[in-house]
Design a protein around this ligand. Structure first.
Ligand SMILES: [Mg+2]
Length: 387
């Protein structure tokens, strides 16, 4: 057993006072004597996704420094091609700054529909190998391939197959990281981008972790990183020297996670979930709505509720749909897709009013009204698109 792993196991087992903090599955993660208990996790991350899709679809853009985003005063780079990155152009950079750095930069307007379509195709490729897929954003996902559909024992071979399928079928490259937990799989996928493939074996985990800055650890945001820096802690290796009680005293429950992460322990499961496609609300009225005043009030209330629900789920979307059911149970829906997301109640109410004018107010009275938001903006796109 490698000394580093040995020492971690000893730390974990020789401290009875910490027993209540150790989850029953934790030691298994680093138990090198029981390799069959390790999970096999892959993190797949598409390389310069939006820019690569544009370069694939438009051959004249290949080899060129391009930025997906709007070349306007308030425009922001959503994704830069690798050619543009050589000039220092980065995601979330103001367009003006990007133009200064790279005068020949070609701006390409984003086509979210197209990126979503490709993202779905990438997801379909993952699904050939496992159903345990956790999408993190439009171009990134975790796959648990411990048990997989092709009976392949080596996760690295599945990562290779996924990358090859993506290249052959979509003409795009992805980077993949393979390890026994999410933390390390993600670190690994970042290691040799673009078109990278990196495996972090349990016995090498600490070596990789030691090269990390604290801000690269899961859950360490700028504020926590600043606190750590103040304490003279810059790297994960330094953070590992902080004893567990001290870590918990300083950072609360998160401290417990940091203590585990810097030891290569991360039990978080890969959670398959369906990407939310819509958020909506509807109301059936006890008495049919017949007056303009009641209608105004009802639309206002629904708009408020919709915006609150969407905000609670951090859901941001472009399409608003109105559903109207008349006293006679005739149901009509009308939708409208805007250039900018529906974010506030006044805007939603106005949109709903326009849609209602288009369907016409039923003479028999309104029994039910519903509002739904769909065509979501993905997390990655938001910073680029909303400005
Ligand atoms: Mg990516």
């Amino acid at each position: 057993m490698p000394a580093a792993v040995q020492s971690v196991l000893e730390t974990m087992t020789s401290s009875p006072s910490f027993e209540n903090l150790l989850s029953p599955t934790a030691p298994a993660c680093l138990d090198v004597d029981a390799p069959q208990s390790w999970r096999r996790i892959i993190h797949v991350d598409m390389d310069a996704f939006y820019a690569s899709v544009e370069q694939h679809d438009r051959p004249e853009l290949r080899g060129q420094p391009i930025a997906v985003g709007r070349n306007s005063e308030r425009g922001v780079v959503a994704t830069a091609s690798y050619e543009a990155r050589r000039w220092g152009v980065r995601s979330a950079m103001p367009a003006r700054r990007a133009r200064e750095l790279c005068p020949d930069l070609i701006f390409v307007p984003p086509r979210m529909e197209r990126y979503r379509e490709i993202s779905q195709q990438v997801h379909d490729i993952f699904a050939r190998y496992t159903d345990i897929i956790e999408p993190i954003s439009i171009d990134e996902a975790f796959l648990d391939v411990t048990e997989n559909k092709i009976g392949e024992p080596l996760a690295v071979n599945i990562a290779k197959a996924v990358k090859a399928d993506i290249r052959r079928e979509l003409g795009l490259t992805a980077s993949a990281g393979v390890s026994y937990n999410k933390l390390l799989a993600k670190i690994a996928s970042d290691w040799r981008k673009p078109d990278g493939l990196c495996t972090i074996h349990p016995t090498k985990a600490l070596e990789f972790i030691d090269r990390l800055k604290v801000e690269h650890l899961w859950g360490v945001g700028p504020a926590t990183a600043a606190r750590m820096h103040k304490m003279g802690i810059q790297t994960a290796e330094q953070l590992r020297r902080v004893e567990l009680p001290e870590m918990v005293r300083l950072f609360g429950k998160a401290g417990w996670n940091y203590w585990r992460f810097v030891r290569g322990i991360d039990d978080r499961p890969v959670r398959p979930f369906r990407v939310r496609k819509s958020v909506g609300c509807e109301h059936t009225y006890r008495a049919d709505i017949r007056t303009p005043l009641d209608l105004e009030r009802a639309l206002g209330d629904l708009a408020e509720e919709l915006v609150a629900r969407a905000a609670a789920k951090t859901f941001i979307a472009l399409t608003l749909t109105l559903k109207v059911r008349s006293h006679n149970f005739d149901t009509v829906t009308r939708s409208k897709t805007a250039d900018r997301p529906w974010l506030d109640a006044a805007q939603v109410k106005e949109g709903a009013r326009e849609l209602l004018a288009a369907v016409g107010i039923p003479k028999s009275g309104i029994r039910l009204l519903g509002l739904t938001l769909s065509t979501p903006l993905e997390r990655d796109a938001r910073q680029g698109m909303l400005v």
